[in-house]
Design a protein around this ligand. Structure first.
Ligand code: SF4
Length: 249
């Protein structure tokens, strides 16, 4: 009896450990089937149709790009560029931001929206640069995402556009266009980033982000994608679905 009870306890323990091990293992992103076959042609056609796709934020050094990217949350790049024209003349170093008066700074960036949170992020980020990074913007994902107000999206913008380190930027346009093109089934930006990184060559990641953002702005809009004019129509499951829907009417 005691032996059986011991055996049952041991089995239960083994099962619990096995279940925990299974749950603890990080999920590997798997892009949808056939996405890998379509990805190279999607990249090629986007490159051809959008040769001018590049970052729209204006900056002349990594710190300016970091500030501009934080300001661009829920705001147009054009509005950010207007605000940063004066801002970058006044604040030139991490020390300038770290010493800034938060009320005055809030007024200066007010028109970009969410100005209280953005002020907290930018001034906090500048203080962290002074304390931990010798006033320099770091060049690694780990160090960047450890700064206040900096997530993977912002970090990838900085890595790709200020330091030439390839990164997939998943913003609202990339999220929408990648889903419609059947390049991901994920909703979480970090998982979408993993799917896209698995489908496209590393050297293309930064440019791919610009291409998907520009395609999302110009052709594949949120409310009314212009599928009939889209160079990707024959490669796009959502385009095919919409085409079938029109025929069915
Ligand atoms: Fe977007 Fe339509 Fe083009 Fe697909 S075919 S990428 S849904 S515009």
């Amino acid at each position: 009896m005691e032996g059986n009870a011991h055996g049952r306890r041991a089995m239960k323990t083994r099962r619990t450990v096995a279940t925990r091990t299974k749950r603890a293992r990080p999920r590997v992103a798997r892009p949808p089937a056939n996405a890998a076959a379509r990805a190279p042609e999607i990249l090629e056609r986007l490159r051809h149709s959008l040769p001018d796709a590049r970052i729209a934020l204006e900056f002349s050094n990594p710190l300016e790009l970091l500030v501009a990217t934080i300001l661009s949350a829920q705001c147009t790049d054009a509005r950010v560029n207007i605000v940063t024209r004066d801002l970058f003349r006044k604040y030139r170093t991490a020390e300038d931001y770290a010493r800034a008066d938060s009320r005055a700074f809030e007024r200066e960036i007010r028109s970009t929206g969410f100005f209280r949170n953005k002020t907290k992020s930018i001034l906090g980020m500048a203080r962290a640069l002074l304390e931990r990074q010798g006033s320099e913007v770091p060049r690694t994902m780990e160090e960047l995402t450890a700064l206040p107000g900096v997530g993977r999206k912002t970090a990838n913008v900085i890595l790709g556009n200020a330091f030439g380190v390839p990164g997939v930027v998943v913003d609202t346009h990339v999220k929408r266009v990648a889903a419609r093109l059947g390049l991901t089934k994920q909703m979480d930006p970090d998982k979408i980033e993993m799917d896209l990184a698995a489908l496209f060559p590393q050297s293309s990641w930064t440019q791919l982000s610009h291409l998907l953002i520009h395609h999302g702005r110009r052709v594949c809009g949120a409310r009314a994608p212009r599928c009939a004019e889209c160079v990707l129509l024959d490669l796009c499951p959502e385009g095919a679905r919409r085409k079938r829907g029109r025929r069915g009417r």
